[in-house]
Design a protein around this ligand. Structure first.
Ligand code: FAD
Length: 309
């Protein structure tokens, strides 16, 4: 068995694996796709001390750094079930391929995925104007026109944030009213360069083949379609943690995020968690890595306290 088994090979998982391996304990990483969301990212300009890099380059660097250590890297492995430790003190992780891995501690770092609109043009122009992370990509649209899709807290926060950077923001909400907190709604309504459109269903993202140049929405009341000329579309209709497989076993928040304490401990003894899959606010690479380190150190602390069975 492993001492620390990391499930998920994004920034959080890579950091956890390195911190665990540096303690000289048996460490493994099982992940569906090593690199995680970073693989889908183009420019990364907020990873402190690296002025600028690209997602696939960072993903390769993550893997290379992990492989510097004696870590059992198991790629293309999807975890489907976690069985808490019984008398043998070992947590079991069942994999889709039928195999099972056992470990004295586990770090869950399965990340999250942005909910997509599922309209024509969204995939084609992903990273070519279609963006999901205002903290990451906002500055790329400096002085340009953008839309934010979604009038919940994250959408309205994004609109407020972007309004300070871009020339103009069109905030598009499907419902008849915004769903964000009142204080955020007041703030966004006070901004001169934000237009709010409610009862609007985005139906298409248009572009010139290389970049986004417009968006089409349908007025859900009148039924007519409108075209908005712009350079960017920020989709803010939800971040879904990859935690469905933990339901009923590990305590999750109403949003499905793994509930962790300051040391990354979950509700299950010996099971820790880190990164976008958890309740920790602000989903960013630098934060996921810090949390991965915390979870690995939390797991190590746990290991030196429990008797070996
Ligand atoms: P993830 O990166 O999501 O990794 C999750 C890992 O778990 C993957 O290896 C995945 O394959 C694996 N996994 C999932 N489910 C299972 C399962 N059941 N079994 C086994 N493995 C599983 N952040 C920044 O700081 N700067 C940026 O510029 C930036 N730009 C971004 C651009 C885009 C387009 C996107 C989508 C995100 C961006 N982010 C950026 C956010 C950043 O990528 C995430 O915060 C970060 O990757 C989270 O790391 P993580 O390790 O928690 O999860």
């Amino acid at each position: 068995p492993f001492d620390v088994l990391v499930v998920g090979g994004g920034p959080a998982g890579a950091a956890a694996a390195i911190y665990a391996a540096r303690k000289g304990i048996r460490t493994g990483v099982a992940s569906e796709r090593f690199g995680g969301q970073v693989l889908d990212t183009m420019a990364i300009e907020n990873f402190i001390s690296v002025k600028e890099t690209e997602g696939p380059k960072m993903a390769a660097a993550l893997e290379q750094h992990v492989r510097e250590y004696d870590v059992d890297v198991m790629d293309l492995q999807r975890a489907t079930q976690l069985v808490p430790a019984g008398d043998d003190g070992l947590v079991e992780i069942k994999l889709e391929n039928g195999a099972a891995l056992k470990s004295r501690t586990v770090v869950l770092s399965t990340g999250a995925r942005w909910r997509q609109m599922g309209v024509p043009g969204e995939d084609q122009y992903r990273n070519k104007g279609v963006a999901y992370c205002p903290h990451c990509d906002g500055p790329l649209f400096k002085g340009k026109r953008v839309a934010v899709i979604g009038g919940g807290n994250s959408g309205v926060e994004a609109a407020i944030d972007l309004a300070g950077i871009v020339a103009h923001v069109t905030l598009i909400e499907y419902d008849a009213q915004l769903r964000a907190d009142e204080v955020l709604q007041r703030k966004v309504r006070s901004l001169p360069n934000v237009r709010i459109v409610t009862s609007a269903q985005t139906t298409e993202v248009l572009g010139d083949g290389a970049k986004v140049n417009a968006l089409v929405y349908r007025d859900r009341i009148g039924g007519d379609s409108h075209r908005v000329e712009l350079e960017g579309v920020f989709v803010q209709i939800g971040l879904l943690p990859n935690t469905e497989w933990l339901n009923g076993v590990v305590a999750l928040s109403p949003r499905g995020e793994i509930i962790v304490d300051d040391r990354g401990q979950t509700s299950v003894p010996g099971v820790f968690a880190a990164g976008d899959a958890t309740t920790v606010p602000y989903k960013q690479i630098v934060i996921a890595m810090g949390q991965g380190a915390t979870a690995a150190l939390g797991a190590f602390d746990h290991l030196i306290r429990v008797p070996v069975v």
